[in-house]
Ligand binder design. Structure first.
Ligand SMILES: NC(=O)C1=CN([C@@H]2O[C@H](COP(=O)(O)OP(=O)(O)OC[C@H]3O[C@@H](n4cnc5c(N)ncnc54)[C@H](O)[C@@H]3O)[C@@H](O)[C@H]2O)[C@@H](O)CC1
Ligand SMILES: [K+]
Length: 524
């Protein structure tokens, strides 16, 4: 399991650790780890051209010290000092090792790049011996263009708001360069606590993060911009509080996934009920049942009107189908959890069926039209057994009266607020799926693929997570593990090309197989 923390949590832990160590120890540890990752990325350190983008804080300090180490191994290192000052000891170390430093003006990094620095553009006022006035900007731009590796030490957890100039221009220049970018701690421009990006941001091949992962590295768009994450141990572990967010790794997903024991029978493995589909929307029923069957439930009981019931029967002979004449589930037989909502419609019949399902005493997953019905009457959610809701941003917007755009920009905060307000577990779907429950760290899932953004995949997810609920997982674990499996199945189904929701349901066994096949030694 990965854990991640907000900038404030990291700062507090760092202060406590720093008080026990001689000054500069942490930065040396951070820089050593950073230099090692940079060196490993270069085919050969000796003779490589490395450019450090250096801001005025300790993030720049990490970059400068790592640059000094790389200089010592024969790399040609140029520091582009972007701020009005730079970490003094770090800069001294770089220069003493034989590295170079230069300043720049914003103009040289505007798109097109060739503009000469105008009077007033020069934002850097370093008075170091290496400083060369207006020509610095061109020199810095050329260095970025020709680099074999770029190290982003502009800002880390001390950043606030959108990148200002000249930082923003430098981030854009790095984005145009051919060289891979290694971000120090977080990609500059990404909010380390939320993953939000306002304006320009670094797109890193690798992010070398110090002490512990930051939440913003696990939540999109930050997660995508961070690339691969390398964690450098600086000894922070004992000082960290409960994490802000957690994410399943393969090993921890495998640990959560129920598996049948020798004495299992279909009832003991978990029976899931699926109340979905309508005469209008038959496919949702077929897909939700497919997700439920392929995610390992011992049995799936489907309940719905004649048309979708016929289609479920035709596609999934394994499912036990009850054709409903009236909106109730009394005749369906015992289940350990219900999935209700996909394709259900929003009329009186659907509302009554939803009400009856929620009146049972087993965990219920509410999705799609079920959520649209709840949006009109949230009192439907009042029950004692667990409720897992699985909205996308639009559905959550209707449910909480919040603007959709606001939810998409800050999914963590909105999923948490909804969980607290509604008293349920919220699985908010998106490029990063978030599972929030009041009083516990929020799970985030990054196994998905953009190809999953297609009709019907949500119906499959509801079946998967409902199946896990029926197999005995708690709402939060069922949501997290369900999102993980669904994302993995999506990747397998897509394999770099468009997928269909039915394909995702069919890829679930392959996803489970992949989880189970990992040799214990290689698990993280
Ligand atoms: N505190 C510690 O114990 C350790 C810190 N380390 C490094 O230090 C970093 C934190 O250092 P700092 O607290 O100095 O903060 P940062 O270096 O992240 O950023 C602070 C500087 O950036 C400027 N700045 C803030 N927002 C900006 C924006 N939007 N546009 C342009 N400039 C902006 C500020 O004026 C300030 O000078 C970590 O991310 C990590 O890389 C590591 O060396 C490990 C130890
Ligand atoms: K950075």
């Amino acid at each position: 399991m990965f854990t991640a923390y907000t900038a404030d949590q990291i700062r507090t832990a760092e202060r406590a650790l720093m008080a026990t160590l001689p000054e500069g120890t942490l930065m040396r540890r951070a820089a050593t780890g950073l230099a090692a990752v940079c060196a490993a990325l270069l085919p050969r350190v000796y003779g490589s051209r490395v450019v450090l983008l250096v801001g005025s804080g300790d993030n720049g300090g990490d970059a400068l010290y790592a640059g000094a180490t790389l200089t010592g191994r024969g790399a040609a290192v140029t520091a582009v000092l972007a701020g009005s000052r730079a970490h003094e000891a770090g800069l001294a170390a770089l220069l003493a090792a034989g590295g170079r430093a230069t300043g720049h003006s914003a103009a040289a990094f505007s798109p097109g790049g060739a503009a000469a620095p105008r009077h007033g553009d020069a934002l850097v006022t370093h008075e170091t011996a290496v400083w060369g006035g207006g020509g610095d900007a061109d020199e810095a731009r050329r260095a970025v263009e020709r680099a074999d590796l770029i190290v982003d030490g502009l800002v880390g957890i001390g950043a606030s708001g959108a990148l200002r100039e000249p930082y923003a221009g430098l981030a854009e220049a790095a984005g145009r360069a051919a060289a891979p970018v290694v971000a120090v701690d977080v990609p500059s421009g990404v909010d380390s606590s939320t993953g939000r990006v306002e304006g320009a941001a670094i797109r890193a091949a690798v992010t070398v993060t110090m002490g512990a992962r930051k939440t913003g590295l696990l939540v999109d768009p930050g997660a995508t911009l961070a690339g691969r994450i390398e964690l450098v141990d600086i000894g922070l572990g004992p000082y960290l509080p409960d994490p802000d967010v957690t994410a399943l790794t393969r090993a921890s997903a495998r640990g959560l996934l129920p598996r049948p024991a020798a004495e299992s029978d279909k009832y003991r493995r978990g029976v899931v009920g699926v109340a979905a589909g309508s005469d209008h929307y038959t496919g949702a029923a077929v897909l939700a049942v497919g997700g439920a069957l392929n995610a390992g439930a011992g049995m799936v009981r489907y309940a719905g009107p004649a048309r979708p019931a016929g289609q479920v029967r035709a596609r999934w002979p394994e499912a036990v189908v009850t054709e409903l004449d009236a909106p109730d589930v009394d005749a369906v037989g015992r289940v350990q959890a219900w999935v209700v909502g996909p394709g259900l419609g929003t009329g009186e019949w659907a509302r009554e069926l939803l009400r009856r399902v929620l009146a049972t005493d087993v965990p219920v997953l509410v999705d799609a039209d079920g959520l649209n019905l709840v949006a009109r009457d949230v009192s439907l959610l009042r029950r004692t057994a667990p409720v897992l809701i699985t909205p996308h941003a639009g559905e959550l917007a209707r449910l909480t009266g919040t603007a959709r755009g606001a939810i998409e920009a800050a999914p963590l905060a909105h999923a948490r607020a909804a969980a607290a307000e509604l008293g349920v577990t919220v699985l908010l779907k998106g490029s990063t799926t978030v599972v929030a429950e009041e009083g516990t760290p929020t799970w985030v899932n990054g196994t998905g693929t953009p190809w999953l953004a297609t009709g019907g995949t949500g119906d499959v997810l509801s079946g998967v997570a409902g199946s896990l609920l029926a197999q005995g997982l708690g709402a939060r674990e069922a949501g997290a593990c369900g999102a993980y499996l669904h994302g993995l199945a999506g990747r397998i189904a897509a394999a770099g090309a468009p997928l269909t929701a039915a394909g995702v349901a069919e890829a679930l066994p392959a996803a489970i197989r992949e989880l189970n096949e990992i040799p214990a030694a290689s698990q993280r």
